[in-house]
Design a protein around this ligand. Structure first.
Ligand SMILES: [Zn+2]
Length: 293
């Protein structure tokens, strides 16, 4: 067998073994058989993955919604925890201020008592001054207690609101999860079967072909192997030169569409596919007839 050359395409960057194109008359039956087998397996893989994608479609936006809800619940819980911590801090601060308030009041009482027993005018005046200062501290402590009580009241309202929000979100999450689980349960067997088939099919595909397939699939998020219909790539509808069509038909090498990089392969068209070109032709005809009139 002739040595395989390696060919690199810029987009996507794939290295694939294939036969030199300058010798179109030379066709190695081995390489044709090899390519045929690889294409057949890739087609099988594509069909399985499309079925898997349809199963995933059944789940709709539920997985995204569930993730979003979980994140949102997490964020609300964090906010609630912050409020609870603030509430505790302020409750502690109130207690401290109340202790301070009582101490100041006690001092005022002491000074009042000492004032009654003052031996001279100077001592009396000094005690009056001290008493006034303590009375100011009493007022200040009272003011702070009120201020902190307001904060506590506000945090309590916030915590209640977070609690209500959490209940609401958790209820919605439970519903969404239930629906999603029901869908998954209904498709469990099908999914397991398809996963098994995918694994088996993948084993029959060479790494280079498999990587190429996955790379294209990842970038276009659509089918990778397409037909040539009416001389055009079925994926992007660009015209495929006749020489390339010959290669596609002969399968002596893997041909990528120059425009969309899909693999051009002879895939048995589905009924849906057969209908589209007809419509396109009739539309073209209508346009042509319109332009002539
Ligand atoms: Zn194309």
């Amino acid at each position: 067998m002739q040595a395989l050359k390696f060919f690199s395409r810029k987009k996507p960057k794939i290295v694939l073994p294939f036969y030199p194109t300058n010798n179109v008359y030379f066709m190695d039956t081995n390489i044709v058989a090899y390519n045929e087998k690889q294409i057949a397996h890739l087609l099988q893989l594509q069909q399985i993955e499309e079925k898997l994608a349809r199963l995933e479609e059944l789940r709709g936006d539920l997985p995204v919604l569930v993730t979003k809800l979980v994140d949102s619940i997490e964020a609300t819980r964090r906010k609630k925890k912050d409020s609870e911590n603030r509430l505790e801090d302020y409750k502690k601060a109130i207690e401290d201020k109340q202790v301070e308030y009582k101490a100041c009041k006690d001092k005022v009482k002491t000074y009042e008592k000492q004032q009654k027993e003052a031996s001279n005018d100077q001592e009396y005046k000094l005690l009056t001054k001290r008493m006034e200062l303590e009375k100011l501290d009493v007022l200040l402590a009272q003011k702070k207690v009120k201020e902190y009580q307001n904060v506590v009241a506000k945090e309590k309202i916030k915590i209640d609101e977070f609690e209500k929000e959490l209940n609401k979100q958790e209820k919605i999450l439970a519903e969404k999860k239930k629906t999603l689980e029901a869908i998954d349960r209904a498709n469990e067997v099908k999914l397991a079967d398809l996963e098994k088939k995918r694994e088996k099919t993948t084993k029959g595909i060479d790494v280079a072909f498999y990587d190429m397939y996955q790379e294209i699939r990842e970038s276009i998020k659509q089918e990778v192997l397409v037909n040539v219909v009416d001389d055009a790539c079925r994926g992007c509808f660009i015209i495929i030169p006749p020489q390339q069509q010959v290669h596609v038909m002969n399968r002596e090498q893997i041909i990528h569409c120059e425009n969309c990089h899909r693999v051009l392969a002879y895939v048995k068209p589905t009924k849906k596919e057969e209908e589209v070109p007809k419509k396109a032709v009739s539309r073209r005809k209508t346009q042509a007839s319109r332009s002539t009139t």
